[in-house]
Design a protein around this ligand. Structure first.
Ligand code: SF4
Ligand code: SF4
Length: 392
């Protein structure tokens, strides 16, 4: 059966998603992302960035204070383990799966294709299966090739390499994975990095299993984590949340406290619509994340097309961080930082009625009151207290 051609990007959906692409737009080359530059660009690479990566192997682990002791790095690195096994399994082929290359399929596409008469019903089934495998959120949007990286990276020499995606892809399934709230409250710390690592390990399994299910139905499915494309525009267009000043997608379910993975597929699926609810208007009056950033890597003004360096996509009007400044702080910590996630007033537990009430205020005309009510929100909790509670 011939697959349908790629659907043209539904650019008329950009406005409702809050995405503004200008004439200067250029697809982003993954070689320029800050993590990849740390391997080839002397402007980014340093002894400190090398030590940052070494700390994920329990080498050169600093031991300086609460949250950065050996047990904190031990937990963080254990949390990353499954993701690490996946990303290293094809290193000799230059494929760092899940980060600089899509996850290679372990399941062939079944020769028999299940007919799909009702794409809306199939979308509902996919969301159910995604939940079954452990995804916390699932939305579906069109395959829009503007957000596909201009090239992937061959990690043997950090050169540009082709994606080798199948032709005829029509949809992107975006999955959200909630990060642990108690650990996020301890950023910055190596302990908090366990919240990141655990979700990468979880999402690796979830995205591979969902892709295997689709392939077993007889359709193409490419499982992807940080590789192949920018996930944020897909998450926004799939209606999962709104783009915010802290560079994250803020969702009504978990605020900014989650990670995303994705699957590119030709399974016939109905697409979700963007759901702007008022986050943009809230960010317009709030600068908590930018204020709290220790290296002032986040912007204070309105969205713009300004880019501080090559690690930002060109030609998209949005809030854009200075990734060099941000990563320099990560390197200094020898761990990831998400202070800008921790302090965000939307970082809450929305299973609590008080937090749901706050959300209602924040997304409506009383947003200034909501901002004031959140004046003491997001204070750092001591990592030692987390261990203390773990010890009973
Ligand atoms: S992750 Fe940390 S350093 Fe980077 S922008 Fe957020 S607060 Fe700043
Ligand atoms: S801290 Fe404030 S400005 Fe920053 S993302 Fe959250 S709501 Fe938006």
């Amino acid at each position: 059966m011939p697959w349908p051609r790629n659907t043209p990007p539904q650019r008329d959906g950009d406005a409702s998603a809050g995405i503004e692409v200008t004439d200067e737009f250029e697809p982003f080359a993954q070689r320029n992302d800050i993590f990849t530059r740390a391997f080839w660009d002397d402007r980014v690479r340093s002894k400190q960035t090398d030590a940052f990566f070494a700390s994920y192997r329990m080498e050169a682990t600093p031991r300086r204070g609460d949250g950065f002791a050996q047990r904190d790095f031990a937990l963080r690195n254990a949390a990353w383990l499954v993701s690490d096994i996946l990303s290293n399994r094809n290193a000799d082929r230059g494929l760092r799966e899940g980060f600089q290359a899509p996850i290679q399929p372990d399941t062939p596409v079944a020769p028999q294709t299940v007919p799909v008469d009702d794409p809306a019903r199939m979308a509902g089934e996919i969301k159910r299966v995604a939940r079954f495998f452990g995804a916390d959120l699932c939305g579906i949007t069109d395959y829009d090739d503007r957000w596909i990286y201009a090239a992937r990276v061959d990690t043997r020499d950090m050169s540009d390499a082709p994606h080798d995606l199948p032709t005829g892809l029509t949809s992107v399934i975006v999955l959200g994975h909630e990060m642990d709230q108690e650990l996020v409250a301890t950023y910055p710390s190596a302990l908090a990095g366990a919240a990141t690592g655990r979700e990468y390990s979880h999402e690796a399994a979830i995205v591979m299993q969902l892709a295997a299910y689709i392939r077993n139905l007889g359709y193409e499915a490419v499982a992807s984590m940080n590789d192949t494309a920018l996930v944020i525009p897909y998450a926004v267009k799939a209606g999962l949340g709104e783009y915010a000043r802290n560079q994250m997608v803020i969702t009504p379910e978990f605020g900014p406290r989650l990670r995303f993975s994705k699957i590119f597929t030709n399974l016939p699926l109905a697409h979700d619509a963007p759901r702007p609810q008022g986050v943009r208007a809230f960010c317009d009056i709030c600068t908590r994340c930018a204020d709290a950033c220790p290296v002032k890597a986040l912007p204070f003004g309105p969205p713009s097309t300004d880019t501080a360096n090559v690690s930002a996509i060109r030609g998209v009007r949005k809030w854009t961080s200075d990734a060099e400044k941000c990563f320099s702080f990560w390197a200094k910590l020898a761990s990831d930082c998400a202070i800008c996630m921790r302090v965000c007033p939307f970082n809450r537990d929305f299973s609590r009625w008080q937090d749901r009430l706050w959300l209602k205020l924040a997304l409506g005309r009383l947003r200034r009151l909501a901002l004031w009510l959140a004046r003491d929100h997001g204070k750092r909790r001591k990592p030692g207290d987390w261990w203390h509670r773990a010890g009973g």
